[in-house]
Design a protein around this ligand. Structure first.
Ligand SMILES: Nc1ncnc2c1ncn2[C@@H]1O[C@H](COP(=O)(O)OP(=O)(O)OP(=O)(O)O)[C@@H](O)[C@H]1O
Ligand SMILES: [Mg+2]
Length: 220
């Protein structure tokens, strides 16, 4: 992923807010990036732009050499599904679905894969994150750390190259936080690009590269 002079300006009724100011950066496979910075510095905005959730105001953003400004909504959703897995602070699991069904869900959009493949994949992902014994549990019946591990399994369902995580351990205790960072670290060693927004100093132990944002500027 290659960002060239990416700027994001939010237009509100009263004023313009420059959430990101001329960001130039290339993210590579097999690396664990931590994005840090004070509240309002632009971390979530950066993650949303990278994940093709938010449009940028100016600049160029390439994914595997593809200029994302040239794509229509359908092409953008396809790229989003193909390249990215998302993990958020509040898990966003569907509370009416059990762990297994939550992991199956993103695979339903992908018409190219069979029912059997989906089933095997969901089971293998859940056992990979240590939840083989919890596949029939609903979110309410799991701890915060377990729910976040379901979210990781779900993020991996479509074999993305890139995992974008916004405060994935914000609601977890230290022990569960470590488990999640260890899991993400393992994935980066397997060749995935991991980008984690975190306020926690703990992330520094795991990150290969720390990116600091200050008022929309990349300072390191
Ligand atoms: N939809 C929006 N409309 C207007 N301004 C916005 C919008 N979203 C974010 N902003 C502003 O853009 C700036 C960057 O916000 P962003 O959410 O990226 O910060 P952050 O670094 O993720 O902060 P936090 O650590 O609190 O989550 C902030 O000044 C924020 O108020
Ligand atoms: Mg944020």
């Amino acid at each position: 992923m290659n960002l060239e002079n990416i700027t994001k300006i939010y237009q509100t009724k009263e004023r313009e807010i420059t959430a990101l100011n001329n960001i130039n950066y290339t993210f590579s496979k097999g690396k664990f990036y931590a994005i840090m910075g004070h509240s309002g510095s632009g971390k979530s905005t950066l993650i949303s732009i990278m994940g093709l959730i938010e449009p940028y105001t100016s600049g160029k953003y390439y994914i595997n050499g593809k200029d994302t400004s040239k794509l229509n909504d359908q092409e953008l959703s396809y790229l989003r599904m193909k390249y990215f897995g998302f993990i958020f602070q509040d898990y966003y699991l569907d509370e009416h679905l059990n762990a297994y069904e939550n992991v199956i869900l993103p695979m339903l959009i992908n018409k190219e894969i069979s029912k059997k493949y989906r089933k095997d994949k969901a089971l293998s992902l859940l056992s990979k994150v240590g939840l083989k014994e919890r596949i029939n549990h609903f979110p309410k019946e799991m701890s915060g750390g377990e729910q976040q591990r379901v979210a990781i399994a779900r993020a991996l369902a479509n074999d993305p190259e890139i995992i974008l995580a916004d405060e994935p351990t914000g609601n977890l205790d230290r022990q569960n936080e470590e488990l999640i960072f260890q899991e993400l670290k393992k994935l980066s060693k397997e060749g995935k690009c991991i980008v984690v927004v975190s306020h926690s100093d703990e992330v520094k132990k795991y990150a290969d590269i720390i990116i600091e944002l200050d008022n929309g500027n990349m300072v390191s």
